[in-house]
Design a protein around this ligand. Structure first.
Ligand code: THU
Length: 161
């Protein structure tokens, strides 16, 4: 029997102002996008913004539905939006923010497991890490240098192709 230890490292920024300028802009856009989330059932609004290598930025927010499972998270709306508009362009960074008038969202809120798996597909295809920044409505921002840091031992198409 062997043991495998998997470690992930995160950077923690005290606030938006500590981030590099392009990421501040990206996170500010995620905040703006968050405001347009359609979340009447959860009262939990999420916004995501994706910076691409061609300098384009695409956004997404959560879109809920009266049939609850038919809704979609902000991160997947954003990454599929990027895939639909710029299929061959490398993703440089993703910024994510969440807020709620019902729950406390002052700590960084990381993407859910399904969104991590969705983002993984793009990181694997582009063969370079995607830095992911995430925060709540206010306060600290956390950064993972790659999707893999958030989803070790991910399900990878290269395992079965
Ligand atoms: N949500 C996201 O948009 N991203 C996540 O990573 C987790 C959850 C959304 C889904 C749903 O509309 C609401 O937040 C509450 O779960």
């Amino acid at each position: 029997m062997e043991k495998l230890t998997v470690q992930s490292e995160f950077e923690i920024y005290e606030g938006l102002q500590e981030l590099p300028e392009d990421i501040q802009d990206l996170m500010s856009l995620a905040v703006e996008t968050r405001k347009n989330a359609y979340a009447p059932y959860s009262n939990f609004k999420v916004g995501a913004a994706i910076l691409l290598a061609n300098k384009e930025v695409v956004v997404g927010n959560n879109q809920e539905n009266a049939s609850f499972p038919s809704g979609l998270c902000a991160e997947r709306v954003a990454i599929y939006h990027a895939g639909a508009r710029f299929p061959e362009v490398r993703i440089k960074a993703i910024a994510i923010t969440a807020s709620s008038d019902k729950y406390v969202t002052s700590a960084p809120i990381p993407p859910c497991g399904a969104c991590r798996q969705a983002i993984a597909e793009y990181e694997i295809n582009q063969e370079s890490p995607i830095p992911i920044y995430f925060m709540g409505a206010v306060g600290k921002v956390m950064k993972s240098n790659s999707l893999k840091g958030l989803l070790p031992l991910l399900f990878d198409k290269n395992n079965f192709i």
